[in-house]
Design a protein around this ligand. Structure first.
Ligand code: ZN
Length: 107
Protein backbone atom coordinates (compact mmCIF):
# COMPACT_ATOMS: atom_id res chain seq x y z
CA UNK A 1 0.00 0.00 0.00
CA UNK A 2 1.29 3.41 -0.94
CA UNK A 3 0.63 6.76 0.70
CA UNK A 4 -2.49 8.32 -0.86
CA UNK A 5 -2.41 11.69 0.93
CA UNK A 6 -1.77 13.64 -2.30
CA UNK A 7 -4.52 11.88 -4.23
CA UNK A 8 -6.90 12.22 -1.27
CA UNK A 9 -6.50 16.01 -1.21
CA UNK A 10 -6.89 16.17 -5.03
CA UNK A 11 -10.03 14.06 -4.77
CA UNK A 12 -11.50 16.25 -1.98
CA UNK A 13 -10.82 19.38 -3.99
CA UNK A 14 -12.52 17.82 -7.06
CA UNK A 15 -15.59 17.00 -4.95
CA UNK A 16 -15.74 20.64 -3.81
CA UNK A 17 -15.41 21.93 -7.40
CA UNK A 18 -18.11 19.63 -8.80
CA UNK A 19 -20.40 20.45 -5.82
CA UNK A 20 -19.98 24.17 -6.49
CA UNK A 21 -20.77 23.63 -10.18
CA UNK A 22 -23.88 21.68 -9.21
CA UNK A 23 -24.99 24.44 -6.82
CA UNK A 24 -24.57 27.02 -9.62
CA UNK A 25 -26.57 24.83 -12.02
CA UNK A 26 -29.34 24.40 -9.44
CA UNK A 27 -29.52 28.19 -9.00
CA UNK A 28 -29.68 28.54 -12.77
CA UNK A 29 -32.36 25.89 -12.86
CA UNK A 30 -34.44 27.88 -10.32
CA UNK A 31 -34.03 31.05 -12.38
CA UNK A 32 -34.96 29.09 -15.46
CA UNK A 33 -38.16 28.00 -13.70
CA UNK A 34 -39.09 31.64 -13.12
CA UNK A 35 -38.22 32.49 -16.70
CA UNK A 36 -40.31 29.57 -17.94
CA UNK A 37 -43.32 30.83 -15.99
CA UNK A 38 -42.97 34.32 -17.43
CA UNK A 39 -42.48 33.11 -20.99
CA UNK A 40 -45.43 30.74 -20.70
CA UNK A 41 -47.57 33.72 -19.63
CA UNK A 42 -46.18 35.70 -22.54
CA UNK A 43 -46.90 32.82 -24.91
CA UNK A 44 -50.47 32.63 -23.58
CA UNK A 45 -51.02 36.36 -24.04
CA UNK A 46 -49.68 36.25 -27.57
CA UNK A 47 -52.14 33.49 -28.43
CA UNK A 48 -55.05 35.41 -26.86
CA UNK A 49 -54.42 38.40 -29.10
CA UNK A 50 -56.26 38.48 -32.40
CA UNK A 51 -53.14 38.42 -34.53
CA UNK A 52 -51.70 36.69 -37.61
CA UNK A 53 -51.17 32.92 -37.43
CA UNK A 54 -47.38 33.14 -37.09
CA UNK A 55 -47.74 34.60 -33.55
CA UNK A 56 -49.19 31.28 -32.39
CA UNK A 57 -46.24 29.32 -33.76
CA UNK A 58 -43.86 31.85 -32.18
CA UNK A 59 -45.42 31.16 -28.76
CA UNK A 60 -45.00 27.41 -29.37
CA UNK A 61 -41.30 27.78 -30.17
CA UNK A 62 -40.76 29.90 -27.01
CA UNK A 63 -42.25 27.07 -24.95
CA UNK A 64 -40.16 24.41 -26.70
CA UNK A 65 -36.97 26.43 -26.27
CA UNK A 66 -37.60 26.57 -22.50
CA UNK A 67 -38.22 22.87 -22.19
CA UNK A 68 -34.95 22.17 -24.04
CA UNK A 69 -32.82 24.43 -21.84
CA UNK A 70 -34.49 23.11 -18.66
CA UNK A 71 -33.77 19.51 -19.63
CA UNK A 72 -30.16 20.35 -20.57
CA UNK A 73 -29.59 21.95 -17.16
CA UNK A 74 -31.21 19.05 -15.35
CA UNK A 75 -29.04 16.56 -17.34
CA UNK A 76 -25.95 18.54 -16.29
CA UNK A 77 -27.07 18.45 -12.64
CA UNK A 78 -27.45 14.66 -12.92
CA UNK A 79 -23.96 14.36 -14.39
CA UNK A 80 -22.53 16.38 -11.48
CA UNK A 81 -24.38 14.19 -8.97
CA UNK A 82 -23.01 11.03 -10.62
CA UNK A 83 -19.47 12.48 -10.67
CA UNK A 84 -19.69 13.47 -6.98
CA UNK A 85 -20.81 10.00 -5.97
CA UNK A 86 -18.01 8.31 -7.97
CA UNK A 87 -15.45 10.72 -6.45
CA UNK A 88 -16.80 9.99 -2.97
CA UNK A 89 -16.43 6.24 -3.41
CA UNK A 90 -12.91 6.76 -4.82
CA UNK A 91 -12.14 8.92 -1.76
CA UNK A 92 -13.40 6.19 0.59
CA UNK A 93 -11.07 3.65 -1.07
CA UNK A 94 -8.12 6.05 -1.02
CA UNK A 95 -8.65 6.85 2.66
CA UNK A 96 -8.79 3.16 3.54
CA UNK A 97 -5.57 2.43 1.58
CA UNK A 98 -3.83 5.44 3.11
CA UNK A 99 -4.88 4.46 6.64
CA UNK A 100 -3.53 0.94 6.08
CA UNK A 101 -0.30 2.37 4.68
CA UNK A 102 0.32 4.66 7.66
CA UNK A 103 -0.70 2.00 10.21
CA UNK A 104 1.72 -0.42 8.48
CA UNK A 105 4.56 2.08 8.98
CA UNK A 106 3.90 2.34 12.74
CA UNK A 107 4.26 -1.43 13.32
ZN1 ZN B 1 -0.71 9.14 3.34
Amino acid sequence: MACRCTRISKCRSDITKVSNARTALQALSNNNGTLNTRLTELGGRMQEMATPDNIGSCATSINNMNKDSASTISAMISQCTARISSLQSELTNLEREDREHHQGLKK
